[in-house]
Design a protein. Structure first.
Length: 315
């Protein structure tokens, strides 16, 4: 437990590198999977590491040591972690669990509200047209989900561009992109160090939907033009008062309409569509697997060390 228990926390510092490299060099679908799994694994292993460190501090509390028939003196002599580190780990662990539980509750409520709202929208083919001059289009998760498009958006786009928009939004529903976003954000709630990975997922799911639309229509240039056109129309229109938090749309993720927050991703998406499609990157897959394997192994090794410590301090 001397070094291994700290390794997941140290590996979490690499999250900004992965969040920058994977979306730009790896095919969007694979990048989304790698980013989401990385956020969850690093969050889980770092949380377990905090728990293992906190457990070493519990061994030094006489009341708890008595319940477990442990020797506090032996624990002080054999435990490699300082008591102050164990206390800090306990506080961080408590904050991590509370934040993750709160986020999970809020996300579950938003998805349930979105599903209920989708069920109340009458439609025969999953498409709901809203009489609204503000250009808007988003996918609303549900059983089944709905693609919601405003008349303002339909009037903004040409016929082929409307097909692209619908293909993009339906890709969000078919691939359950809202689950990737929710899981990545859950990891970020448990471990703030991996938040760049969660933010990258909100970009790669849009790239995933863009590539699906490009494949469905066979025209990457027109898809790029449609993405830029829709973003430009939203830039010159007032923001909506309320958009479901679980919605995913061509203008951004979770209904964000702030042009400043969308200024970066939209040009990157357009540039990616104008370039040749990205392919699977075996080296990045191997590197990601190596990092996650190291994190998992370190937690397992630290847990075994704690087991040995409990045997050593047993009365």
């Amino acid at each position: 437990m001397h070094i291994a228990v700290y390794l997941p926390l140290l590996l979490s510092v690499l999250a900004p590198i992965g969040a920058r490299v994977l979306p730009e060099r790896c095919e969007p679908r694979l990048a989304t999977w790698l980013l989401t799994v990385s956020a969850l694994v690093l969050a889980a292993t770092s949380t377990l590491s905090l728990g293992l460190l906190a457990a070493t501090g519990l061994l030094r509390i006489p009341l708890l040591a008595g319940l477990g028939h442990w020797s506090t003196l032996a624990a002080q002599q054999n435990d490699p972690a300082e008591l102050s580190i164990a206390l800090i780990a306990g506080l961080l662990l408590g904050g991590s669990v509370i934040t993750a539980a709160r986020m999970l509750w809020q996300r579950a409520r938003s998805l349930a509200a979105a599903a209920l709202e989708a069920a109340c929208m009458p439609t025969t083919d999953g498409l709901v047209v809203v009489d609204d001059a503000v250009p808007e289009a988003f996918a609303l998760p549900g059983l089944p989900g709905r693609v919601v498009v405003s008349t303002g958006m339909l009037h903004t786009l040409e016929e082929k561009e409307r097909d692209i928009l619908l293909a993009h939004e339906r890709a969000h529903l078919a691939a359950h992109h809202y689950l990737f976003v929710a899981l990545a954000q859950l990891g970020a709630a448990a471990n703030p160090l991996v938040r760049p990975l969660a933010n990258a997922v909100t970009y790669t799911i849009e790239r995933w939907a863009d590539e699906h639309a490009a494949t469905a229509t066979g025209d990457r240039t027109r898809v790029a033009r449609t993405v830029g056109k829709a973003a430009l129309a939203a830039h010159h229109s007032p923001a909506r008062a309320r958009i479901p938090r679980a919605a995913l749309g061509i203008l951004g993720v979770l209904g964000r309409r702030n042009p400043l927050s969308g200024a970066g991703p939209v040009p990157r998406r357009v540039a990616a569509l104008l370039a040749p499609p990205l392919r699977r990157h075996p080296a990045l897959m191997a590197a990601t697997a190596a990092v996650l394997t190291a994190a998992a192994w370190s937690v397992a090794d630290a847990a075994f060390d704690l087991h040995l410590l409990l045997e050593a301090v047993g009365i």
